[in-house]
Write a protein that binds this ligand. Structure first.
Ligand SMILES: [Zn+2]
Length: 154
């Protein structure tokens, strides 16, 4: 299973490299749902994601994602601690924060010029990113080996 998934990721990544010149370090925008899932599966994103994507990874998030996690209280405290360690990317909502989903969507809108990958478990964000042909990273529910799956419309 692990090999299959890595092959799948490799295929996607080489497509993006050849067609859009997307090369490491990969910018991975992580939302609160993904942090929560990583926590649940006891996965160290910093270690696992570069292995899975076979290249250097820059984990990042936004202030809106952090605000949202903060507002959700103690159930999401662990996820917030994880997200706080990531690089915070600038968004246009510094005076009036929006939902994590809306914020991440705004960063990958138009031509996604920063070549963000989106790491999420949110089904809404998932389908909206799929519509826009963004590279998605999701978590599985099974073993550690099944943790990650990348998806792209190619
Ligand atoms: Zn924002």
């Amino acid at each position: 299973m692990k090999i299959t998934r890595q092959k799948h990721a490799k295929k996607i990544l080489s497509f993006y490299k050849n067609n859009f010149n997307i090369v490491p370090p990969y910018n991975v925008l992580v939302d609160g749902t993904f942090c929560q899932a990583a926590l649940k599966h006891k996965i160290q994103m910093k270690e696992q994601l570069p292995k899975y994507l076979m290249g250097e990874v820059q984990l990042c998030t936004t202030r809106c994602v952090l605000k949202e996690l903060e507002s959700l209280g103690k159930d999401l405290y662990g996820a917030k601690i994880i997200a706080q360690k990531f690089q915070v990317r600038h968004c246009a909502h510094s005076t009036s924060p929006v939902s994590g989903t809306a914020c991440i969507l705004s960063l990958v809108a138009d031509d996604n010029s920063r070549h963000y990958f989106v790491a999420t478990q949110c089904s809404q964000l998932n389908s909206l990113c799929s519509e826009r042909d963004r590279i998605l990273i999701r978590t599985g529910s099974g073993q550690k080996e099944d943790f990650l799956s990348a998806q792209a419309q190619i």
